[in-house]
Design a protein around this ligand. Structure first.
Ligand code: NAI
Ligand code: MG
Length: 487
């Protein structure tokens, strides 16, 4: 052990602590899950899904088209009218509980597959994605036979067939957010996972199959944007729930206009994390790290814009830089890893494009010196200081580990700056004063506001945005209300 000014300096790196993969079962090829059966795509086409951490092919997945979507919608309609909507609610609840328990039993396998397919760290998939996904099923199972208490003095009816399209940043969790409330309210489902992360939804289909859920109640159709569009445009779908980019969300809104389909959209964000000078600075620094570097910044509510009160800015930025230097980037299956792989080559290119724009705009960039694996898609955690409110990097969603830092002096100034974006998904406020928290929570135009914490989720609390971040809520009672008709 070397010493530096008599202080011992540890020269070794952490040994890898890799989660095993021998306990997981992945097929070479996956078909579509329609009407309780695994069916070949009518086009005969399959596409590969890779591990973005090393670019190795994990499996081949069916490319569903309009015909396949039509089969899935027909199966969902039949299951809705003949079985699911007429089944006593307490019986429906039993199936949903059973799915939740089966997911828990296979939690380790689900977490490893999520990490392999998405590039997110095993720490997150194991501690956040999978337990939260299970809890969403448990939570909504509890509501299934209590709908008249959820909406007192109203007659509650199901909607019918729900078409659900989900993104790649929380693949299993987004499937749970969408499927669990839909089933609890008596609807049937056609769900399309994202093209880069279809595997945990297919594993969920296996779990659903094992649960004995009646055929056609949940159908999983894998594919690309055109597969999603076929769901959106199908005339016998009653409700569309979409999470993804704002552009696609706008297209979907146009497509369903005038059709009578119900719609909820959960889109992008550019959320503000606001640090006042009386905040517990060390906790706030951890909150900033968790807010933006968690899941490589692939979080719609990521705290991607930091506002620090001017008199503590130097201190906060110095501590942030120190902390960035201790983050460990690399193999997502390593339990020591803080920052895993970017989900796809395309997303890495998007992030790098924004980093380039940031530098061209004159902002000052800071990245810690860390080694980047040779294979796979990685981006070091990146800070930008000297950022103007009008800079592209302070206005547009980057969806990567990139944080812009601006300063402020007064409460009014920071409220104005924080609200000055087309988005309104989330915000974080760090201060010792409760009154200040309440003042900001009423004035910030964001769907979720965390106080002295960030990125905390719970099935009982609603999540969703203002403005271009979308409309409708997921989670909690609000999430249930998107799947019922109140008469
Ligand atoms: P995307 O919006 O294209 O993909 C999301 C889902 O929509 C995928 O399942 C995709 O196959 C499907 N889809 C694509 N085009 C469709 C269409 N015309 N009709 C119906 N479904 C369609 O997102 P993408 O391209 O993967 O990411 C681009 C950007 O979107 C990211 O850089 C990020 O800024 C944002 N994004 C936001 C997310 C959020 O949670 N709000 C999640 C993922 C991406
Ligand atoms: Mg993949």
């Amino acid at each position: 052990m070397a010493t530096k000014k008599n202080i011992p300096v540890v020269e070794w790196e952490y040994a890898p602590s890799l989660e095993g993969t021998s306990h997981i079962q992945l097929k070479k090829q996956y078909d579509l899950f329609i009407d309780g059966k695994w069916v070949k795509p009518s086009s005969g086409k399959y596409f590969q899904t890779i591990n973005p951490a090393n670019e190795e092919v994990l499996s081949e997945v069916a490319y569903g088209n309009e015909k396949d979507v039509d089969l899935a919608v027909k199966a969902a309609r039949k299951a809705y009218t003949e079985v699911w909507s007429v089944m006593p609610a307490a019986e429906r609840a039993k199936y949903i509980y059973r799915i939740a328990r089966l997911m828990q039993e296979r939690a380790r396998e689900l977490a490893v597959i999520e990490t392999l397919d998405a590039g997110k760290t095993i720490r997150e998939s194991r501690d956040i994605d999978v337990p939260l996904a299970c809890n969403h099923f448990f939570y909504y199972a509890g509501w299934a036979d209590k709908l008249e208490y959820a909406f007192p003095n109203r007659k509650v009816e199901s909607i019918g067939v729900a078409g659900q399209i989900i993104p790649w940043n929380f693949p299993l969790l987004m499937a749970a957010w969408k499927i669990a409330p839909a089933l609890a309210a008596g609807n049937t489902v056609v769900l399309k996972p994202a093209e880069t992360t279809p595997l945990t939804a297919l594993k969920l289909a296996e779990i659903i199959e094992a649960s004995g859920l009646p055929a056609g109640v949940v159908n999983i159709v894998t594919g690309f944007g055109d597969t999603g569009a076929a769901i959106v445009n199908h005339t016998d779908v009653d409700k569309i729930a979409f999470t993804g980019s704002t552009n696609v969300g706008k297209m979907i809104q146009k497509a369903v206009a005038g059709t009578g389909k119900k719609l909820t959209l959960e889109l992008g964000g550019k959320s503000a994390n606001i640090i006042f000078d009386d905040a517990p600075i060390d906790q706030a620094v951890e909150g900033i790290i968790n807010g933006i570097f968690f899941n490589q910044g692939h979080v719609c509510c990521a705290g991607s814009r930091l506002f620090v009160q001017e008199n503590v800015a130097d201190k906060v930025i110095a501590k942030l830089k120190d902390r960035l230097n201790s983050l460990y980037l690399g193999n997502p299956l390593d339990k020591n890893t803080d920052i895993g792989a970017i989900n796809s080559k395309e997303q890495l290119e998007t992030i790098n494009k924004y980093i380039k724009i940031g530098k061209q705009e004159g902002a000052e960039m800071y990245q810690p010196s860390c080694s980047i694996p040779k294979k796979g898609f990685y981006c070091p955690p990146t800070l930008f200081t000297n950022v103007a409110q009008s800079n592209v990097i302070a206005q547009e969603e980057i969806f990567g580990p990139v944080l812009t830092i601006q300063t402020f002096r007064t409460v009014d100034e920071v409220i104005q700056k924080a609200n000055n974006t087309p988005f309104g998904l989330a915000a974080g406020v760090w201060t010792d004063k409760g009154s200040r928290i309440f003042n900001l929570t009423t004035k910030l135009r964001a769907g979720v506001i965390w106080a002295n914490t960030y990125n905390k989720f719970d099935p009982t609390s609603p999540f969703g945005g203002y403005k271009e971040s979308g409309f409708g809520r997921e989670g909690g009672l609000h999430g249930l209300s998107s799947y019922v008709k109140l008469v």
